[in-house]
Each structure stands twice: as C-alpha cells, then as structure tokens.
Design a protein. Structure first.
Length: 133
C-alpha cells in the first residue's frame, strides 16, 4: 500500500520526514484510498505518541500498513515505545472494521480524565503490534 504515493520504505527515507510530521499538529495523509487524520509527537525523549483521529475509507490493510510503517520509523530512530491512541472508532463516520481489528491486536478501550474514550496500546520497540496478529 502507498502512503501519499510513497512506498513505506521510500517514505521513511525522506530526510525531512520528522520535521514534517513530529510535533506539528494534526496531519492528513492517504493510504491507498483511505484518508487518515493523525498526530505524531514525542512527549518524552524515547516515546512516540501516535494519535489516530479518523480513518475514512479503505480496508483493514490501512491500519496494518500504518502500524508497520510507524513501528519501523520508531525503531530506526531508537524509540523505546510507541503509544498508540486511536480515536477513529468515535469519529463522525467510524469504519465498522476498526474496532474488531484493534481488539484483535489487543488494544484496550480506555477513558481519559476528560471522559473521552479511545483505544490504546503501548508497544515496546523490542516487540510489535503484530505479535498477536
């Protein structure tokens, strides 16, 4: 699957990638026919936080591509953890395939202090979301 027209490996090789997506606020990108709204930040030195607000269109392969690509980027940058926070199950038009996929990957439904529900999973870069695939 292509991410904004790039193969995942080619995307990760762009030297300015971190400047374009980290701590810049929400970004919209396309994975094949799906539109993804997400935000990427480094709240701690070796912890990448990925917040997925919306996934419109596409199939289950969209999240799999996103998981693999982000985990590869985190490993290459010597991150210790990736914290995934997926709000897409609560967006205006949620994809009904998202929740079963997240649950299959052992994401847990949690509620923030402000009462917002989202799916969360912390992945050590010594592990992977796909260990439970």
């Amino acid at each position: 699957m292509l991410i904004d027209g790039f193969a995942p490996g080619d995307l990760l090789a762009i030297p300015e990638l971190d400047e374009l997506v980290l701590n810049t606020g929400p970004v919209v990108f396309q994975i094949n026919k799906a539109q993804v709204l997400a935000e990427f930040s480094l709240p701690e030195k070796r912890r990448l936080l990925v917040e997925i607000a919306s996934v419109e269109g596409g199939q289950g392969g969209v999240l799999r591509t996103l998981f693999r690509t982000i985990e590869a980027a985190a490993k290459a940058r010597r991150m210790q953890f990736v914290d995934w926070e997926v709000f897409a199950a609560n967006c205006a038009n949620p994809n009904p395939k998202i929740v079963p996929l997240l649950e299959a990957f052992q994401f847990k439904l949690v509620r923030s202090d402000s009462g917002v529900s989202f799916y969360h999973r912390r992945v050590s870069m010594n592990d992977t979301v796909f260990r439970h695939d």
